[in-house]
Design a protein around this ligand. Structure first.
Ligand code: UDP
Length: 403
């Protein structure tokens, strides 16, 4: 399996992975999250589990189940952690715990290392049986609603360690904390090279014209992704440059708000024949790949963002990307080098026009962007980091870094 990555990812990562695979051979590594499809966490896990298995590690992925009330609560918790005002009552927290208790009875939580992703399954730590337990936070908790983050922390501080995507998300939790940037798989259907005919097939399927530049944003329909702001920026650009806008998204099973947001977006777009709102079924990887490759400019105009895998996905395809200067986006977009960071609709419109009017600059930045992703945001590096953390937690001894 590894040979396929040779020549694509940094060789040093492959050497380290091979060594860690030997050290952790046949040991068990369990990942738990709350959805098998939709969003960045599921995206990474789908690719990571087979690679871990290929390394000789007994990797498993479990998904907790919940009802509408549970996911309504966890979406509110998610929003509050990203700084949006929400009220989480004691009864809601109790229900969050209860659903996790039910899941703990059904799931096999025994493993040498357990990585629990995000707040939804965080209470599972109360049912720990064995192994090293790590809480992995993928969301932007740079300015959370304090009461909500404190309550969640009552669980998180019971883990052996916490992992954040971006340094400024780390909190003083009294446990070991690590920074691991998310990543994309260059060999997945979403990111592999496509033939021109394959790209055209997708455009035909959605009846998207290729006679004008395409502005694209691929995202769940979520207020923090600012789809309305994207339409506003497009409308400003459209006064000067003829172009089309594609907003592509699909629902995540753990996101009950997406339908409301989708309706708002449709209403706001009105009858503009040059705005294409695509509601994609889960696992539309090849179509997303094709859309990203067809785009002239890719936007990720988020207002809050854990990391923003879509940014690396587009950069890997050599595209000029414009991203909101939030969360993990500035890790990927080095302003003026690998894309542009923006703080407003006006800023986004200005940068879109700059790219549309200067194809040479777009190409130059796109090339730099691809190499930046190669060095920093490919999946082999992320697996290396996770395995190193597991290995370090088991082997570092108690007193090396008593800080
Ligand atoms: N994605 C997808 N279909 C969609 C919308 C998004 O497959 O309709 C993918 C997207 O390509 C990316 C991931 O979902 O791989 C989104 O990850 P990101 O970190 O950008 O945002 P999140 O949804 O985790 O907040």
């Amino acid at each position: 399996m590894f040979h396929e990555y040779l020549g694509i990812v940094p060789k040093g990562d492959l050497i380290l992975l091979q060594m860690l695979g030997e050290k952790l051979n046949k040991r068990s590594f369990l990942h738990v999250n709350s959805t098998r499809e939709g969003g960045g966490v599921a995206e990474i896990l789908q690719r990571m589990i087979p690679i871990l298995s290929g390394l000789g590690i007994a990797a498993r992925w479990e998904v907790i189940e919940g009802d509408a009330r549970f996911f309504d609560i966890t979406k509110k918790v998610h929003n509050a952690l990203q700084g949006f005002p929400e009220t989480i009552t004691p009864e809601m927290w109790d229900y969050h715990y209860e659903i996790n208790r039910t899941n703990a009875k059904k799931l096999s939580l025994e493993a040498d290392a357990v990585l629990i992703h995000d707040p939804q399954p965080a209470p599972l730590i109360e049912f720990r049986k064995s192994g090293v337990w790590i809480w992995r936070c993928h969301i932007d908790i740079s300015s959370p609603q304090q009461t909500v983050s404190e309550h969640l922390c009552t669980y998180c501080k019971k883990y052996n360690a916490a992992v954040f995507s971006v340094p400024r998300f780390a909190q003083a939790m009294g446990i070991d904390e690590f920074i691991v940037h998310p990543s994309i798989d260059p060999l997945s259907f979403k990111n592999r090279e496509l033939k021109t005919e394959e790209v055209q097939e997708t455009l035909n399927k959605f009846q998207i014209p290729s006679d004008r530049p395409m502005i694209l944003q691929v995202s769940r329909f979520d207020r923090f992704k600012d789809p309305i702001g994207v339409i506003k920026a497009y409308r400003t650009v459209k006064k000067y440059n003829d172009c089309i806008l594609v907003l592509a998204g699909s629902p995540a099973t753990d996101d009950p708000e997406s339908e409301t947001i989708l309706n708002e977006v449709r209403e706001y777009a009105g009858k503009d024949p040059d705005i294409f709102i695509l509601l994609l079924p889960p696992f539309s990887d090849k179509d997303i790949n094709a859309l990203q490759r067809s785009a002239t400019v890719v936007l990720q105009k988020s207002l809050k963002e854990g990391f923003g895998l879509t940014v690396s996905e587009a950069m890997w395809k050599g595209k000029p990307v414009i991203g909101g200067a939030v969360g993990g986006i500035p890790l990927q977009i080095i302003h003026g080098m690998t894309g542009f960071l923006v703080h407003s609709v006006e800023g986004a419109a200005f940068r879109i026009r700059q790219f549309l009017n200067d194809p040479d600059m777009s190409e130059r930045m796109g090339k730099t962007a691809k190499e930046y992703v190669r060095k920093n945001f490919l999946i082999t590096r992320q697996i290396r980091d996770y395995l190193l953390i597991w290995y370090a937690l088991e082997n570092r001894g108690e007193s090396v870094f008593e800080l």
